[in-house]
Design a protein around this ligand. Structure first.
Ligand code: XMP
Length: 517
């Protein structure tokens, strides 16, 4: 399904290109990302109403650096160039780019010198606004037709405009949250410059994805791994809507779920949706393999690999499946955001991506790959998944194993499950569940001395964590009302054997991560 009103985002390799797509969609305009190598073909197919050129790690001054397809420059369509996109535009349209000394990285301020269509209802001349910069090179001489609109300390041409051709470009990154007005600048481009109505919705995304899945899969058979979480459930329901009985779901129950979750998944899929489901109880396999494993990455890798092994076996049993569906989200694909253009460091191996061995002779179907969590929830609601399921806090693929630092055992999983259930029950009772991005307990490999009745105890410490976040990439500790945490701590210590001390984790992300491992 092609969209009559769309924006094409040409990706020059920036780590945050997906955020541009998100901002454009937030403005109610359908967008697709195409790598610069295939942008000309995507442009011909999509016939978009506007183009955004992303940032990227290359330098336009280097031989063989990525270029904007000529068809796009000749199209007469509105163009927004960001960072590398600005430099590529300048160079290809006859201006000059220079290597900077040191560059500009992080928070910066732009002085608004002139009015511009991007600023409608937002910025006016003489103002100063915070933006996020990350560049080495900069524009030294404007291409013919351009005028300077805003400047910063390190970038005299922080924003430039060619009103006649409707080409706008900026040195900073409007797509990241550190440019507080960035989303509005992008919305102004989409609506005011490209003249799009901004009425695109999740209903259309659903229809487009269904068409895409059908085209990819044809008559083939698909196996979908359910993890128990929202993402794989939404992916499965969407795929089922697209191809019906060609889909079989496999729920690899690794025994590392929260209390009652496995039953809920089985009930929902078999009972509510009547989607063919194979429920594999692999608790023993996972727990025996985790015995003696304490390194977080080793746990993640083992769980990811074992998940795939079990999967392969089930796939063989089912027979004839050429496709493997997964609920991979954008934050699973990129977990560390590097604004410097350098290679991103692996902070954690996410089991949906990192653990997938090349040897799996199946093609991937990942319909949620470009979505953020809140978008997946909106899609889930659109598909009619129950609110209690869709609104669930995110849960990591490796499950409780990464919430038990040190060695994982059935006994420790059971202790954690009980404590976690009490914590979540109290959060729900207090009406705080939806105000929190994610809340969970972590069972520490530390024992401390306590006193209960007249007896000495020597039991485990439990940490409680709750964070607010927009997309899981940054997070802040949630501030509970005064008596909440003491009440939960008392309940847990009284009701959960094996825990005699409860602490609360106040760390933000960064520098911490949300999960402890
Ligand atoms: P971190 O701990 O990296 O987590 O700050 C960010 C978000 O991702 C979730 N998470 C995972 N999700 N597979 C997943 O599907 C994984 O391996 C995984 N590890 C972390 C985490 O719960 C948080 O929402």
């Amino acid at each position: 399904m092609e969209h009559p009103d769309s924006i094409l985002i040409v990706d020059f390799g920036s780590q945050v290109t997906q955020l541009i797509a998100r901002r454009v969609r937030e403005a109610g305009v359908y967008s697709e990302i195409a790598p610069f190598q295939s942008a000309a073909a995507a442009f011909a197919r999509m016939q978009p109403k506007g183009i955004v050129l992303s940032g990227g790690p290359a330098s336009v001054l280097d031989e063989g650096s990525p270029r904007i397809p000529q068809a796009i420059l000749d199209s007469g369509l509105p163009i927004l160039g960001i960072c590398y996109g600005q430099q590529a535009l300048t160079q290809q349209l006859g201006g000059r780019v220079e290597k900077g000394v040191g560059g500009e990285f992080g928070e910066a301020f732009v002085e608004i010198d002139q009015a511009c269509a991007l600023f409608d209802g937002l910025w006016t001349s003489g103002e100063r606004h915070q933006v996020w910069m990350s560049h080495g090179d900069h524009v030294a001489q404007l291409a013919p037709g351009f005028r300077p609109v805003a400047s910063s300390k390190g970038a005299p041409f922080a924003i430039i405009a060619d009103d006649a051709r409707r080409i706008y470009a900026m040195q900073f990154h409007p797509e990241v949250v550190h440019t507080p007005d960035g989303a509005k600048l992008i919305a102004n481009f989409a609506r005011h410059v490209c003249g799009l109505a901004g009425d695109w919705s999740m209903a259309e995304f659903r229809a487009a994805k269904i068409a895409e899945i059908r085209a990819q899969v044809g008559e083939g058979r698909v196996i979908c791994g359910l993890s128990g979480g929202v993402d794989s459930a939404v992916a499965a329901v969407l795929i089922h809507e697209a191809i019906g009985e060609q889909l079989t779901c496999v729920f690899v129950d690794h025994g590392l779920m929260r209390a009652g979750e496995a039953d809920q998944v089985v009930g929902l899929f078999r009972g509510h949706y009547n989607i063919p489901l194979v429920h594999v109880n692999a608790e023993t396999l996972f727990l025996s393999g985790l015995a003696g494993v304490t390194d977080p990455e080793a746990k993640r890798k083992f769980i990811g690999k074992t998940f795939i092994d079990v999967f392969e076996e089930e796939a063989r049993k089912i027979g004839g499946a050429q496709f493997l569906a997964q609920g991979t989200l954008y934050p699973d694909v990129i977990e560390s955001v590097s604004f410097t253009g350098g290679p991103s460091v692996t902070i954690k191996s996410h089991h949906n991506v990192g653990g997938l061995p090349e040897r799996m002779n199946m093609q991937l179907v990942e319909p949620l790959r470009e979505l953020f969590k809140d978008e997946v929830r909106a899609l889930g609601r659109e598909l009619g998944l129950p609110d209690i399921f869709v609104g669930r806090h995110p849960f990591p693929g490796p499950g409780l194993a990464i919430r038990i630092p040190g060695e994982v055992s059935k006994e420790r999983c059971d202790i954690l499950r009980k404590a976690d259930a009490i914590y979540l029950e109290e959060i729900r009772n207090a009406g705080l569940y939806d105000a929190i991005w994610q809340a969970f307990a972590v069972l520490l490999p530390v024992r401390t001395v306590g006193v209960m009745g007249d007896a000495r105890t020597y039991d485990s410490v439990l940490a409680l964590r709750a964070v607010t976040s927009v997309d899981g990439m940054t997070a802040q500790a949630f501030q509970f009302p005064g008596d909440f945490l003491p009440r939960v701590a008392t309940r847990i210590i009284n009701e959960v054997k094996g825990v005699n001390r409860v602490t609360y984790d106040y760390t933000s992300k960064p520098p911490g991560t949300i999960e402890w491992e």
